[in-house]
Design a protein around this ligand. Structure first.
Ligand code: NAP
Ligand code: MG
Length: 402
């Protein structure tokens, strides 16, 4: 069989531990036999990040800006224990944080659904994708424990040193707590554009919600900027695709999400996204079946699994024990990236291959063959058959070739 040819390379970001092992297996079993795979390879595994002083992470993000599409393996974010384990010279920053800052992107998380593993919420028939604005608000706030009676004020001084506003927040008659938060128009606008762009890409409605009735300046600005950008830049494209932008209050959104059938993107402010993404992903079943894509406002894409490097399984693997780590989210990172590359380069065979590979993966699980993490969630009619990662990939390959 003739291999599918690529024209532009994918930016390939290799990673750590168990997912690094899966990465290789996925390429060997399911990609290299079918595609003349062109990638620009960056090793984001912790040893090479240490060796390059983390320059490799920056270079990989710059390459994503240049080529437009990247696929990333999970990577270790070092903590004190990792500094010891890997003899690091520094506690290097989270690669995802570095890449997100360079691309100015928003992360979209979506579950992979299969028949036989049902979401906790019975009405959910299609995935709900959550977009979290990962900048500012309470995550960049300044806060005090107020020791006792006194006046708290909110002051803004412009760059020339002129005091523009001074407002009493509260006249404390006793101790309490105090917090100052901010966000930037530029960041809110980038977030909005990434969301509109991704809604168009995936042909899904976009929902956005804040508490603008209570927060008449802060949250209302989010609402207004989204609406202005939508009207000026995206409305026509949405109309042409028959998708809609829908704004509502956050509490109304929560109620509607639970009653919905899914199949839309839910854009959330930073805190809402932090909380709701964990709720939604848990309700859909498994972290191992959750994909993630970073989308920049100018349409650059980095695909990955939402889970980490699955350290516990890796230590077993190193001891020579058999592991049954679920490769689906990592595999779907590859298919997402290949499909996007195919679309951008006008190679329908590449996008079609991504579709077929995803379909073969889902069909393999639906036929009862799956990794062990899914066996406990299985409610299908055929009995579940738990296999190791490599046998699972081989079963997908057999189906793909059939
Ligand atoms: P994790 O790697 O996501 O794994 C947590 C647990 O979830 C695993 O022990 C396993 O449960 C289950 N799990 C996750 N993915 C699975 C899969 N594909 N198949 C089967 N089970 C899966 O999170 P972590 O252990 O907290 O973090 C490990 C490392 O990953 C850390 O160094 C962290 O910095 C890094 N991390 C990276 C990213 C990223 O690159 N995007 C994201 C998060 C974490 P059982 O052990 O019960 O089987
Ligand atoms: Mg969280």
């Amino acid at each position: 069989m003739e291999k599918i040819q690529m024209t532009t390379p994918l930016v390939e970001m290799d990673g750590d531990e168990m997912t690094r092992v899966l990465w290789q297996q996925i390429k060997e079993e399911l990609l290299l036999p079918f595609i003349d795979l062109k990638t620009e390879y960056y090793d984001l595994g912790l040893p090479y990040r240490e060796q390059t002083g983390d320059q490799v992470t920056i270079d990989s993000a710059e390459a994503t800006k240049k080529y437009g599409v990247a696929v990333k393996c999970a990577t270790i974010t070092p903590n004190a224990q990792r500094v010891e384990e890997y003899k690091l010279s520094q506690m290097w920053k989270s690669p995802n944080g570095t890449i997100r800052a360079i691309l100015d992107g928003t992360v979209f998380r979506a579950p992979i659904m299969v028949k036989g593993i049902s979401p906790v919420v019975k009405t959910w028939k299609r995935p709900i994708t959550i977009a979290r604005h990962a900048y500012g608000d309470v995550y960049k706030s300044t806060e005090y424990r107020v020791p006792g009676p006194g006046k708290a004020e909110l002051v803004f001084t412009d760059e020339r040193g002129t005091e523009q506003f001074r407002q009493t927040v509260y006249d404390f008659e006793c101790g309490g707590v105090l917090q100052g938060q901010y966000n930037k128009d530029s960041s809110i606008c980038s977030f909005a554009r990434s969301c509109f762009q991704y809604a168009i890409d995936t042909k899904q409605d976009l929902w956005f919600a804040t508490k603008d009735t209570i927060s008449k300046k802060y949250d209302h600005t989010f609402k207004d900027l989204f609406q202005e950008i939508f009207d000026a830049e995206y409305k026509e494209k949405f109309d042409a695709l028959g998708i809609e932008y829908f704004y509502t209050l956050i509490d109304d959104a929560v109620a509607r999400v639970v009653r919905s059938q899914g199949g839309f993107i839910w854009a959330c402010k930073n805190y809402d996204g932090d909380v709701m993404s964990d709720m939604v992903s848990t309700a859909f079943g498994s972290l191992a079946m959750m994909t993630s894509v970073l989308v920049s406002p100018d349409g650059k894409y980095e695909y990955e699994a939402a889970h980490g490097t699955v350290t516990r399984h890796y230590y077993k693997y190193l001891k020579g024990e058999e592991t049954s780590t679920n490769p689906v989210a990592t595999l779907f990172a590859w298919t997402g990236a290949l499909r996007k590359r195919g679309e951008l380069d006008g190679i329908p065979a590449l996008a079609d291959f991504a579709d077929r590979l995803e379909a073969a993966t889902i069909a393999t699980i639906e036929s009862g063959t799956m990794t062990k993490d899914l066996v406990g969630l299985w409610e299908g009619e055929t009995p579940a058959h738990g296999v190791n990662s490599l046998d699972f990939l081989k079963a997908i390959r057999a189906r793909l070739e059939a």
